[in-house]
Design a protein around this ligand. Structure first.
Ligand SMILES: Cc1ncc(COP(=O)(O)O)c(C=O)c1O
Length: 390
């Protein structure tokens, strides 16, 4: 039997990721990889459920509810506030499609939002003639409040932004921004795709109306798992564009009644990917055993180590705020004289190293996860040094 993973004995953590034998994985910010024990439990459940269907001895519905409790504990909210979706983008769409828009309504986002926010908004702009304002990112709360205030108007309905941006990896002052939005009667949506599983995320402390995240990045869960939170008052403002079996608390054909559940269940209709959700619980459980604080400390250490090494090299330009409290697990840099796509292919060719290209900055993004170590970073820097010298 494998020893219980323990960050103090890092080899025991790495042993849970057989894929690491084939290369250096520095891209959890795009797709996580599942810890083997969680994957084994998840696959066993898929096999059982898909083999035996309703004869299956596991109660899959109960497992979904257990996952909901797990996620609610992670976000420090009530389980009734959580809806499971397929990805983080689904959460954006639940908000945008659930609100009633009039031509001329306005939304504020930042200049570093993922397509998960930008594309649904662009579509809404075409369909409903809303206006989108973009403000530049800064980790400074006063700066972000001032930038939002400078573009806000009485028509501003929503402030939507990433807790940690996917390009420079900047940690935005989410609580201050949500507080500013609430003071101005503007709804707030936080995209936690690059923060959930890295830094503590208590939605009550964030003060957001809506929060969307996914299971497949830093939570190391299966692809196709998304998490959506709506604060109780905000939830009542969403009128789902889609409903079906499971969304309604009261459905009566004779009287024409269709009352939605007052919980996140209103968004969960039809047959769902229940085994994926149960699989997410396996991954979160594995991470929880490592300890969330320990994981954060490990990621803090590795990203600080990486940033220090980048700053020592004049041919590299750090694009992420140096302080961990102004960023999280993502570090982006540019290399003088190199096109980032070409550089990433070179890293793959020389060391089987998987990184992410950030075209906007011609940068390379490194995600330092719980299973990465200093040796991964040393290898990266040794290759960059060799390329710079050649
Ligand atoms: C900040 C951010 N939001 C959203 C997404 C997309 O998430 P999903 O594919 O789960 O919709 C990503 C993916 O890279 C991201 O970095």
């Amino acid at each position: 039997m494998n020893p219980l993973p323990n960050l103090a004995d890092h080899d025991s953590v790495r042993a849970a990721f057989p894929g690491l034998r084939d290369g250096i994985y520095l891209n959890v910010g795009t797709y996580g990889i599942m810890p083997e024990p969680a994957l084994t439990a998840f696959l066993a459940l898929v096999e059982e459920y898909e083999t035996f269907g309703l004869f299956c001895s596991s109660d899959i519905g109960q497992k979904v509810e257990a996952t909901r409790e797990t996620v609610a504990a992670l976000l420090s909210c009530s389980a009734t506030a959580i809806a499971f979706t397929g990805n983080a983008t689904d959460g954006t769409n639940l908000v945008l499609a659930g609100l009633t828009w009039r031509a001329g309504d306005e939304v504020i986002i930042t200049n570093e939002e993922h397509e998960a926010i930008v594309h649904p908004l662009l579509y809404l702009q075409c369909k409903r003639q809303i206006r989108i304002h973009r403000v530049s990112v800064s980790p400074d709360a006063d700066v972000m409040r001032a930038r939002c205030a400078a573009v806000a108007s009485p028509r501003t309905r929503l402030l939507a932004f990433s807790h940690v941006t996917c390009e420079s990896g900047t940690r935005l002052p989410a609580a201050a921004m949500c507080e500013w939005a609430a003071e101005n009667r503007i709804l707030s949506l936080v995209d936690g795709a690059q923060s959930l599983g890295v830094i503590p995320t208590q939605v009550r402390d964030l003060g957001c109306d809506f929060y969307t995240g996914n299971g497949h990045k830093w939570l190391l869960g299966p692809k196709g798992t998304g998490i959506f939170y709506a604060a109780p008052d905000a939830l009542q403002q969403l009128s789902p564009a889609h409903v079906g079996a499971g969304s309604l608390e009261v459905a009566d054909f004779a009287s024409g009644t269709a009352d939605l559940w007052s919980s996140g269940r209103r968004f969960e209709y039809g047959t769902r990917a229940t085994t994926l959700i149960a699989g997410l619980d396996c991954s979160i459980g594995w991470l929880a055993r490592l300890g969330w604080e320990q994981i954060e400390t490990h990621i803090r250490h590795l990203s600080s180590y990486l940033k220090a090494r980048i700053q020592e090299r004049p041919y590299l330009r750090l694009l992420t705020p140096p302080a961990f409290d102004h960023a999280a697990g993502l570090t982006t840099f540019a290399m003088e004289g190199w096109e980032a796509g070409e550089l990433s292919r070179e890293l793959m060719r020389r060391a089987g190293m998987c990184v992410r290209v950030i075209p906007h900055y011609n940068g390379i993004r490194i995600a330092t996860a719980c299973f990465n170590n200093e040796a991964d970073i040393d290898t990266l820097l040794a290759i960059l040094d060799a390329i710079a010298d050649s």
